[in-house]
Ligand binder design. Structure first.
Ligand SMILES: NC(=O)c1ccc[n+]([C@@H]2O[C@H](COP(=O)([O-])OP(=O)(O)OC[C@H]3O[C@@H](n4cnc5c(N)ncnc54)[C@H](OP(=O)(O)O)[C@@H]3O)[C@@H](O)[C@H]2O)c1
Length: 387
């Protein structure tokens, strides 16, 4: 029984891994190899291209990596892109590169530090004062902190940046998005960029006070927890918006493992572990199968010698399998622009296809609890700041 279950699980992992490696397209028609440009090619035929309806998108974390590519492709498709950034010089360089390729692209730069409630609030006031519509909000910025650091609000930095900053940003811009959708007759879309690593979080470790001020810090765990919070946030806002009959969808995405700053920052830790796990499982299975078929006796010793391969060469091998930024931005751009995702809300996507997230990420009561705790915390902070 147990063996049956394990074999079933391994065969699912193997199928998924092979699908990933071969870039086989899923039901959307796209897969792991698809680029952001490819998946948005049909956006010109969508509802989004009604006359006089230039879309406006905010893309956080667009000074590099997945966000920069997302901003470039949205701009190429005629979307006005607002880039909130803590480093306006870097953001200016991104704007220059985009406008070199798409001279008519409208790119607006505004300052934000997502780890600071006051800065997020300032950004929203500034953005709203421009009187622009808001159709798409891409909560993409992300941070991985090796060491325990605290934000100016005295909250663990990864959780403050990846989750709480985006929570407040979404809260302050939500009415604008709902109004824009009603006035323009075009569905608004919010995308939270999460990660497959959310799967690693256990319920007993997901405790709000501990997330704010962990007593036993582990960088990868903090990152995974913040990414779980991104999915729970998307699900809860989607539920609330459905209840309001608002024409705004909210979804979460895993971009894939992509060669960007966040991966380089922690020297292959996340990348290596994930790919190592998948490759090891697949290779182990293949070796077992081949050994069984050909009646080799020493399959066990082969497995042992495989597991002893130097970590460096495995990481090197794994790094060859990472996605490019063009591929990494594809799931976000697909969910943001494709006519195929019209009306889809509260879902989780990877490789441009809807897929399953963890049981904990699907837990509605956990999502509601986290939302209430986050809102109460932020209100308290903003109230104290006023006094
Ligand atoms: N790369 C992957 O393999 C992978 C896998 C799964 C999920 N993701 C997710 O994908 C998203 C994009 O990451 P990436 O891979 O493109 O990483 P990246 O190249 O390091 O980009 C991160 C972006 O976030 C911005 N940022 C960080 N802290 C900020 C803050 N306090 N305020 C404002 N902006 C801030 C950075 O801006 P600065 O220029 O100011 O640093 C940068 O633009 C993240 O949410 C990440 O968790 C990535």
């Amino acid at each position: 029984m147990l063996v049956g279950k394990v074999v079933k699980k391994l065969s699912i992992i193997m199928k998924e891994t092979l699908r990933y490696l071969a870039g086989i397209a899923g039901p959307s028609g796209y897969g792991s190899n698809s680029t952001a440009e490819q998946v948005t090619q049909d956006s010109s035929s969508s509802l989004f291209s009604l006359p006089n309806s230039q879309l406006t998108a905010i893309v956080t974390g667009a000074t590099s990596g997945i966000g920069a590519e997302t901003a470039r492709v949205l701009a190429k498709r005629g979307v006005r892109v607002v880039i909130p950034a803590r480093d306006l010089k870097r953001a200016g360089e991104v704007r220059e590169r985009i406008q070199k390729e798409s001279p008519k692209a409208e790119i607006i730069l505004l300052e934000i530090d997502l780890s600071s409630f006051a800065s997020v609030k300032r950004f929203c006031t500034e953005f709203l004062s421009l009187g622009l519509p808001l159709n798409i909000l891409i909560n993409n910025a992300g941070k991985f902190s090796q060491k325990l650091e605290f934000s100016e609000d005295k909250i663990e930095m990864t959780f403050a940046t990846n989750y709480l900053g985006h929570f407040l940003l979404t809260e302050l811009l939500l009415d604008k998005m709902v109004d824009t959708a009603t006035n323009m007759g075009i569905q608004g879309r919010i995308i939270n960029v999460s990660s497959v690593l959310h799967n690693w979080v256990k319920k007993e470790h997901f405790c709000f006070t501990n997330l704010l001020n962990p007593n036993n810090y582990n960088g990868t765990r903090a990152y995974a927890q913040s990414k779980l919070a991104n999915i729970l946030h998307a699900k809860e806002i989607a539920r609330q918006l459905k209840g309001r009959n608002a024409r705004v969808t909210v979804n979460a995405v895993h971009p894939g493992i992509v060669k960007t700053g966040i991966v380089r920052d922690h020297k292959g830790c996340i990348t290596g572990m994930y790919f190592f796990y998948r490759l090891y499982t697949t290779m182990t299975l293949i070796i077992c199968l081949v050994s069984n078929i050909f009646g080799r006796e020493n399959s066990k010793s082969k497995l042992i010698s495989f597991s002893n391969l130097p970590a460096d060469s495995l990481f090197f091998f794994a790094s060859k399998l990472l996605k490019t930024s063009a591929q990494g931005a594809s799931t976000t751009c697909y969910v943001a622009l494709s006519p195929k995702t019209e009306g889809v809300t509260g879902k989780y996507f990877a490789d441009c296809n809807e897929t399953n997230c963890s049981t904990l990420a699907n837990d509605e009561s956990e999502a509601q609890k986290l939302w209430k705790q986050s809102r109460a915390l932020i209100r308290r902070h903003l109230h104290q700041a006023k006094q």
